[in-house]
Design a protein around this ligand. Structure first.
Ligand SMILES: Cc1cc2nc3c(=O)[nH]c(=O)nc-3n(C[C@H](O)[C@H](O)[C@H](O)COP(=O)(O)O)c2cc1C
Length: 185
């Protein structure tokens, strides 16, 4: 698959088989993530790799924020089960002080976002699946994983071999709705 095929065919995967993720593949993904660009190359991102089933189970239980999903029609985070069943959960964190803020825009979120896309594309290229999970109880996961108070936890990435087949691209707005040439109008 070339890079465009990987981009086009990546989908959020929320169900996983129990086939373990090979150490080499995990390392390849983390190594790809390491190459992601960041604000002034300060490299604010940090990752906690969790394989312990009991810890993954607890993270899964914490993948909610009170009343967040009910207006969307979900009782729980759609990724909840997948977090517990994936052989690996990567917890993406950042040290905001090691990134920039300009015009009220905190670029550590951008740094983690870029690293996250690298992670998801690298996983896809290796035949693995994952999903960006952004809804969780940050403080409870912080104490579970002993993440220092100056570090933000930005995303959870259950990682494993897909147990669901997703064919076709996700629905997206046409370019005509999102791209303007020369000026906004
Ligand atoms: C910042 C961010 C947070 C997300 N949080 C969640 C989440 O908490 N639970 C979940 O099941 N999916 C989550 N998603 C996945 C999106 O729902 C998914 O990317 C979107 O529906 C498009 O589907 P696709 O990834 O298959 O193209 C998140 C995605 C992003 C980018």
């Amino acid at each position: 698959m070339d890079v465009f095929d990987v981009i086009r065919t990546r989908r959020s995967i929320r169900r996983f088989t129990d086939k373990p993720v090979e150490d080499e593949k995990l390392h390849t993904i983390l190594e790809a993530v390491r190459h992601s660009p960041s604000w002034a190359n300060f490299q604010c991102c940090r990752f906690v790799v969790v394989r312990d089933p009991s810890v993954k189970e607890k993270i899964s239980e914490l993948s909610y924020v009170e009343n967040f999903f009910s207006p969307l029609g979900y009782k729980a985070n759609p990724a909840k089960k997948g977090i517990a069943e994936a052989p690996v959960v990567i917890v993406a964190c950042a040290d905001p002080k090691q990134s920039g803020t300009l015009w009220d825009q905190p670029y550590y979120m951008t740094d983690v976002g870029i690293a996250s896309q690298t992670l998801m594309l690298a996983a896809r290229a290796l035949g693995l699946g994952t999903v960006f999970v952004g809804v969780f109880e940050e403080e409870k996961i912080r104490s579970l994983l002993k993440v220092p108070s100056n570090i933000r936890i930005v995303g959870l990435f259950p990682l494993g071999y897909p147990a669901e087949e997703k064919t076709g691209a996700s629905p997206r707005k046409p370019l005509s709705e999102s791209v303007f040439y020369e000026s906004w109008e």
